[in-house]
Design a protein around this ligand. Structure first.
Ligand SMILES: Cc1cc2nc3c(=O)[nH]c(=O)nc-3n(C[C@H](O)[C@H](O)[C@H](O)COP(=O)(O)OP(=O)(O)OC[C@H]3O[C@@H](n4cnc5c(N)ncnc54)[C@H](O)[C@@H]3O)c2cc1C
Length: 537
């Protein structure tokens, strides 16, 4: 998956069946679905794969306990089916991407007696809706069990808790592996390639104008169908098609903070069922740290949204009641914000109330737009839109096969495979686990991608990321900027900005050597590193 090879492929191609705009969860999922049905697909992303919302999620593969509560409270059939579908998709993702996912146990600490039966019955219903895809049995916990499972929890007034199960995943790597899966099925995919205009013939969209954000070259590409999967940017592309198109999105932002190890729950996530404004907040164990989020506020669209002081204060305030020793601002290692592409609902008074369902539209000039939904439902969204495209454009295509299609690295995955890596290459346990969980059955290719002794060197002490990954990701995962690697191929940039800035020195050296960068390019990279790790991620 070398970028220059894919650009050449695009230049050589006469035309495509499908041009997919946007390399997040939605676009990369569509590329997998369409390519695996035999269609000729080009996927383009203006930044890095998953640089938008898809690397900024809470990293849960879930039906959504909060949506279930709404379904029951308001007897809302749509919310109910949304949760049920999410629980089915959760099972599919855990099965097809075993390397990038794990089952996670949650404890909900409760301080009022009446909450216990309420939350317990809700989570039992969550179990029932999971059907065969159930990950474990929810149950009530006594106070002592709650404390034992969540040693960080504030036990003053604690009555007990409820244990339940959900899925957790590595969102950024999932998107990259989906792109790889699409490519393995014949797709062409290019990051840092922006759609700047649509081409029309006789009033029908027949391709797009692309700008390479690395070389600044421009290309015209022809495609029978063009799918707009640009998340929060969907209305921008719709306006390229029809300047009078009414916006369909009402976006909202959500932040996450990462807290030092001492605030991290060990094996169990903590679900805070009700904040002051009736939301849910999760405190998750993530790479040994605590990932906390999220918020829901109206926002404007930006590639790298800022995290405001108010948002940070809100999150710290909401979680402080639940911690024995509440974290303070100084304990935050990193924070970032993501934008939800929510489909407008005239009846909703806040963005929080808007249903997370997806939306598909075919314009008069045949631009296909898909937006909304959530990460967990990416596969279903892709199936729905490709079904629609096949019908609308009378394509000859096979049936959808993605329920049983392994995501790259998930083929022949052995859960104990990290032990083999550890013994065969004599590497530390944490490095073996990291490689195994990030690259799955491709982990040995990563180790073999450069001189072994040098390649096994850690990029940052106390973190399991190694130099060989830089070599591998440049050659095989289209890493073009240092920050692409540090934020989305490994999660260091999201976990700890200071550590990422420190590691960037060595990553820059390796990439400059590999890609033959001159001084101008090196200083541009340094500028990007400073922007990302001193400012908004
Ligand atoms: C705070 C937060 C927490 C969340 N947590 C969860 C969770 O735990 N579980 C879950 O299932 N879901 C979660 N979600 C929802 C989920 O993250 C999103 O639904 C999903 O990532 C949206 O993916 P997307 O591909 O539609 O959008 P994006 O990931 O934003 O991708 C769209 C892409 O299009 C690109 N693009 C835009 N314009 C152009 C152009 N002109 N040319 C080329 N490319 C272009 C953008 O750069 C972007 O990368 C969360 C969302 C938020 C905001």
């Amino acid at each position: 998956m070398e970028r220059s090879v894919h650009i050449q492929r695009m230049i050589d191609a006469d035309s495509y069946d499908l041009l997919v705009i946007g390399g997040g969860a939605t676009g990369s999922g569509i590329a997998v679905d369409a390519a695996s049905r035999g269609l000729k697909v080009l996927l383009v992303e203006k930044n890095d794969f998953a640089e938008g919302t898809s690397s900024r999620s809470t990293k849960l593969v879930h039906g959504g306990v909060r949506y279930l509560e709404k379904a029951v409270k308001h007897l809302d059939k749509e919310q109910y089916y949304f949760v049920k579908e999410g629980l089915f998709e959760r099972g599919v993702i855990l099965k097809n991407a075993p390397h990038l996912t794990n089952k996670i146990k949650f404890v909900t600490p409760l301080y009022k007696w009446h909450e216990l039966p309420y939350i317990y019955s809700g989570l039992k219903l969550y179990d029932i809706l999971s059907g065969k895809m159930r990950l474990g049995k929810s149950r009530l916990l006594f106070k002592n069990e709650t404390k034992q499972k969540l040693p960080i929890v504030n036990d003053k007034g604690l009555k007990g808790g409820v244990l339940y199960f959900d899925g957790q995943f590595n969102d950024a790597r999932m998107a990259v592996m989906l792109v790889k899966t699409a490519v393995n099925n014949g797709a062409t995919a290019i990051n840092h390639m922006e759609v700047t205009g649509l081409i029309k013939e006789n009033g029908v969209v027949s391709g797009a104008v692309l700008k390479d954000n690395i070389s600044f070259k421009q290309y015209n590409v022809r495609a029978k169908a063009v799918v707009n999967a640009t998340g929060a940017y969907a209305d921008f592309i719709r306006k390229m098609d029809d300047e009078n198109a009414e916006p369909v999105l009402k976006v909202s932002s959500g932040i996450h903070i990462v807290l030092d190890k001492k605030f991290a729950p060990t094996d169990y996530g903590m679900m805070i069922p009700e904040t002051d404004d009736g939301r849910v907040i999760f405190v998750l164990p993530w790479e040994g740290y605590a990932l906390v989020g999220t918020t829901d506020d109206p926002t404007t669209i930006k590639d790298h949204p800022d995290v405001t002081e108010n948002e940070i204060e809100y999150v710290l305030k909401q979680i402080s009641k639940y911690y024995k020793n509440p974290p303070r601002k100084e304990d935050i290692l990193s924070a970032w914000s993501g934008i939800r592409p929510l489909v407008k609902d005239p009846d909703a008074t806040t963005t929080e109330e808007i249903l997370r369902n997806h939306y598909i539209e075919v314009s008069n000039s045949k631009l296909v737009t898909i937006t909304g939904g959530k990460w967990t439902s990416y596969r279903r969204m892709a199936e729905d839109v490709v079904d629609r495209v096949v019908k609308e454009f009378s394509f000859k295509a096979g049936p959808c096969i993605t329920v049983d299609l392994k995501i790259a690295g998930g083929e022949n995955f052995d859960p104990e495979g990290f032990k083999i890596l550890k013994n065969k290459y004599n590497i530390d346990n944490d490095i073996a686990i990291h490689l195994h969980k990030s690259y799955g059955s491709l982990a040995e290719e990563v180790i073999g991608s450069c001189d072994m002794e040098m390649g096994l060197t850690r990029l940052e002490k106390e973190h399991p990321y190694i130099e060989a990954e830089v070599y591998y990701c440049v050659k095989n995962e289209m890493v073009v900027h240092v920050v692409d690697f540090l934020i989305r191929r490994i999660p260091l940039g999201l976990l700890d900005k200071k550590a990422a800035k420190h590691a960037s020195k060595r990553v820059l050296e390796i990439m400059a050597h590999l890609l033959g960068w001159d001084d101008v390019r090196i200083s541009l990279e340094q500028q990007l590193i400073n922007e990302r790790f001193d400012g908004a991620i």
